[in-house]
Design a protein around this ligand. Structure first.
Ligand code: GCB
Length: 902
């Protein structure tokens, strides 16, 4: 049937038809569930009122919200049971009722009244099952139906991801819905999709063609004469086009329909700056439209786009550099079971950063995410979780294909989606016995390429209008030789030069290599990032020191290199926010902190740096917001300030800075950053930044603990000192409001160590100092991970008085762990050859032995934090002297705190 086009005058007059009550009903059923872990019982058949061992919960829920943060390696990966009493109204008896799950990780069986409704494999896509035949309705004298859901997050070699740098939280962690439709309805059995698929084969500034494909199911007992009415509505609700298609659908039949809306005039285009959405309402009618039977609504964004190997990305005919982040779907304390508002908040944060792109990594996420992207104007790529490796089995191949199909069909109508991706760094972890250059390796690479090709072909069949992408780690030849750079339409690179290995410059060179060697292949930088633990700071940042300052330098280099290369279509920072990766150790165990935001979504300086470079409205922010408790030595023996660098982020040319009302002058901003040296004084430092000619400014209050060069200084009376040994970094503890300063050598009148050297993990290719192991029994891993080895004294020439001294130790030389779990994207980097420590030493405090025979057999246990607190009196101007007397091997010290009591 031909589309009917309406004149603008008529359009404004037409409003949406009223929705009728008896159409499709969809209601969440998240409340009042019961949960228990596996105890060997089959709970599909047990009665509804379980007495013991069941926990009352509501959805979304995961059973791993807390065990992923404890000191026990691993987290529960197994079976969990959910039960719910479900009341279904009597008037649904003749309707088609479905249970719809937005996602459950990762193998799910759903039972209704003890009978299997369906099974689903894979943790990140939605699924739904028809349940009408299994239900009891409330007029049948029975109170409730019992829904039992069995969920398993065990490792299953046939289900991706096999391994990855994130946590595979188990549970019913997304919303569950009950849906009741007329027996005549839009297809409800198509991979939990909406059953209606919209494409926009031709869009220009002048006209747009819209095609609607779908299917109508007739589950009624008789054949029906029907019509599908589809209306395209603008944002105000005016109908801009509509079309009615007649269908005769036999009993039990499913019939496809297609509606083509040619040449919609002057479409209001969708773009990041103006994410204009139309709505497409499709309705099944019977008898001249008087009886609507079913209705679905889908978003419609009119835009066109292309990727070019030389010039990057174009949206609506104009070049647009795609800049944004990746995202994981977890939050502290909640695991992956987030309320929708937190999903949406992350998309808002990308928008507020000035970003226009989100790589939804490494798996499809809650439907809220794509809705928010459509609405806020964030372009996206979505991917299935084929990460690190594949299993060469029919089961694995089939699961991947099902996942890809579900992902595409479920996300099909979102205008924000421009790319479907299907692999991430698939050659990072070669399975047992497989080497790059052995025959098994060659056979494996061939299978990976076959799977990639199958997913590529499937994606083109499912959705020829989007681009495909395959994402690799920075091993160019490996992926090229395996054929993986020629299969997808876009090659994504995850590049960490200057982090896992090499120097920053290697990043730019790598991009240029891509352009040179794959001149026809569009590319994106799909990941780049550096760890930054907001508590750690350094003025001599080094690779792998996890300080915010190193991460700042990293991003400042990378973004510039990306923007300078038009052939790079876009980039996504790894990662928007810190996320849980249970097997990670390092300064904050279980957390990957390569991010622009902390786990609870507080901005790091790098977030401001992106704002300064991306926002179009005037912007200024003083960096160090998360570093409002600082410390440092006075500039000289008699000065009362300490000059330290502060970065101000702005998109304006010049910034003026004031400290406590005193002008510190102006600095030009280069690539979004103006750099100052601020003479911090003891106590409160109020910094304020202004930009000329703009009504914007910014203020930060920083508390500074000025350390006198001579501890007996009358002007700066000694109160406390916290020193991290073997460490050039500052560590601020926001909870205890304490600041730890880097170690220094003792000088008379001052404080510091005597003798020894900085601990360095033997054979570690990338750690500049210290260890990256989880130190048990503490939240202050960073303090215990560094150490001075072989010191003979630690001295403080404090004035006479009463003090408390706390010594912190952890033995860092430890036997190797079974598996090195932390990601290693460098070249043979993390090959630390651990050895068993052999040391024994005594500690004397002002001549008194306070610790005798510290050995691994007593307190000095490997990777275990231990601390000792001692009261001490400083008398006759002798200060505090700690002597470290080694009997076997060398003495060590990880941290020291000295506090004046009175
Ligand atoms: C990667 C992976 C990502 C990791 C990241 C990292 O390349 O794709 O899953 O989390 O590196 O931080 O090592």
């Amino acid at each position: 049937m031909r589309a009917k086009f309406l004149t603008p005058l008529l359009l404004t007059a037409l409003l949406v038809l009223p929705t009728l009550a008896q159409q499709r009903v969809k209601q969440s059923v998240n409340a009042n569930w019961l949960f228990r872990r596996d105890d060997g019982t089959d709970y599909t058949k047990t009665p509804t009122t379980p007495a013991q061992g069941w926990e009352k919960i509501s959805l979304p829920h995961t059973w791993n919200a807390t065990d992923v943060m404890d000191d026990e390696p691993g987290y529960y990966r197994g079976l969990g049971w959910y039960k719910k009493a479900l009341y279904v109204p009597a008037n649904w008896q003749k309707r088609s009722v479905y249970l719809y799950f937005e996602g459950a990780n990762q193998e799910t069986e759903v039972y209704v009244n003890g009978q299997l409704a369906g099974r689903h494999t894979g943790g990140y896509t939605a699924f739904s099952f028809p349940v009408s035949k299994l239900l009891k309705f409330s007029n049948e004298g029975t109170a409730a139906n019992e829904v039992t859901v069995k969920v398993n997050n065990r490792h299953n070699p046939d289900i991706p991801p096999l391994s990855a740098d994130f946590t595979f939280y188990g549970g019913l962690y997304r919303d569950v819905y009950l849906l009741a439709a007329d027996p005549v309805h839009f297809d409800l059995d198509n991979n939990a999709s909406s059953g209606v698929f919209i494409t926009t084969p031709n869009v220009s500034a002048e006209t747009a063609d819209v095609v609607v494909n779908g299917a109508v199911t007739n589950d009624a007992a008789t054949s029906r004469k029907l019509a599908v009415l589809t209306q395209v509505l603008d944002r105000e609700g005016h109908t801009v086009a509509q079309q009615r298609t007649k269908l005769s659908v036999g009993a039990g039949q499913k019939l496809a329909f297609k509606q083509t809306f040619g040449k919609l005039r002057q479409p209001h285009l969708w773009s990041p700056d103006d994410p204009y959405l139309y709505r497409v309402i499709s309705r099944i009618e019977e008898g001249n439209g008087s009886k609507p039977l079913d209705e679905v609504t889908n978003p419609l964004g009119l835009r066109w786009f292309r990727f070019d190997a030389d010039k990057g990305f174009f949206l609506n005919g104009k070049p647009l550099k795609l800049i944004g982040t990746n995202r994981h779907q977890d939050f502290p304390g909640l695991g992956n079971a987030l309320p929708n508002a937190l999903h949406e908040r992350d998309v808002q944060l990308i928008k507020q950063m000035g970003g226009n792109f989100l790589r939804i990594s490494h798996y499809p996420q809650d439907p809220t995410v794509l809705h928010a992207c459509d609405r806020l104007g964030i372009l996206t790529s979505v991917e299935i979780p084929v990460v690190n490796a594949i299993t060469d089995s029919e089961g694995f191949f089939n699961t991947c294909k099902t996942m890809q199909t579900e992902m595409i069909r479920q996300g099909f109508n979102h205008p924000s989606v421009v790319i479907w991706n299907y692999m991430n760094e698939v050659l990072l972890r070669l399975p047992e016995g497989i080497k790059k250059d052995n025959a098994a390796g060659q056979a494996y690479f061939k299978r990976v390429a076959q799977l990639a090709q199958q997913l590529e072909d499937l994606t083109h069949r499912e959705d020829p209008s989007r681009y495909t992408m395959l994402v690799n780690h920075g091993a160019f030849d490996l992926y090229r030789d395996a054929g993986l750079t020629s299969i997808p339409m876009i090659v994504g690179w995850n590049l960490y030069q200057g982090w896992y290995s090499g120097e920053f410059e290697g990043f730019a060179q790598y991009l240029d290599q891509h352009h040179r060697e794959l001149p026809t292949k569009p590319t994106m930088v799909t990941e780049y990032g550096a760890d930054s633990d907001l508590r750690l700071h350094s003025f001599q940042p080094q690779r792998f020191d996890k300080t915010q300052e190193y991460a700042n330098r990293y991003h400042q280099y990378y973004l510039k290199a990306i923007l300078e290369r038009p052939f790079v279509a876009g980039s996504t920072v790894w990662n928007l926010a810190e996320f849980n990766s249970e097997s990670r150790q390092e300064a904050t165990p279980h957390i990957n902190n390569k991010s622009l935001l902390t786990a609870d979504r507080q901005p790091k300086d790098a977030y401001f740096f992106y704002q300064a470079n991306l926002l179009k409205t005037p912007f200024v922010k003083i960096g160090s917001r998360g570093w409002t408790l600082r410390s440092g030595p006075a500039a000289s023996a008699d000065s009362l300030f300490c000059a330290q660098p502060v970065e101000v982020y702005t998109n304006q040319p010049i910034v003026r800075l004031q400290l406590n009302g005193k002008d510190l002058g102006s600095q030009p901003a280069t690539f979004g950053v103006a750099r100052f040296r601020v003479p911090f004084v003891n106590g409160l430092n109020q910094l304020s930044a202004q930009v000329e000619g703009q009504p914007i400014d910014d203020q930060v209050d920083i508390q500074f603990k000025l350390l006198p060069q001579k501890l007996a200084s009358a002007q700066l009376p000694f109160t406390e000192l916290n020193v991290s040994l073997g460490d050039p970094r500052y560590f601020t503890d926001p909870k205890l409001q304490q600041v730890w300063v880097p170690e220094q050598a003792y000088t008379p009148g001052g404080w510091g160590y005597v003798g020894g050297q900085v601990f360095k993990l033997p054979g570690s290719g990338r750690l500049p100092y210290g260890s990256d192991r989880n130190i048990l029994g503490t939240d202050y891993d960073a303090i215990y991970e560094t150490q001075r080895v072989g010191l003979t004294q630690f001295r403080l020439d404090v004035p006479d008085g009463e003090y408390e001294v706390t010594l912190h130790f952890a033995e860092l030389e430890a036997v190797p762990q079974g598996e090195q779990l932390v990601y290693n994207l460098g070249n043979g980097a993390n090959t630390a050859a651990d050895k068993k420590a052999s040391r024994s030493f005594d500690v004397l405090l002002n001549g008194q032995p306070v610790l005798s025979d510290l050995v691994t057999a007593n307190y000095l246990q490997p990777l275990q934090a231990v601390s000792f607190k001692f009261p001490v009196s400083a008398q006759q101007g002798r200060g505090i002297i700690l002597d470290f007397k080694a009997k076997t091997g060398e003495a060590v010290l990880n941290g020291i705190q000295v506090k004046r009591l009175y």
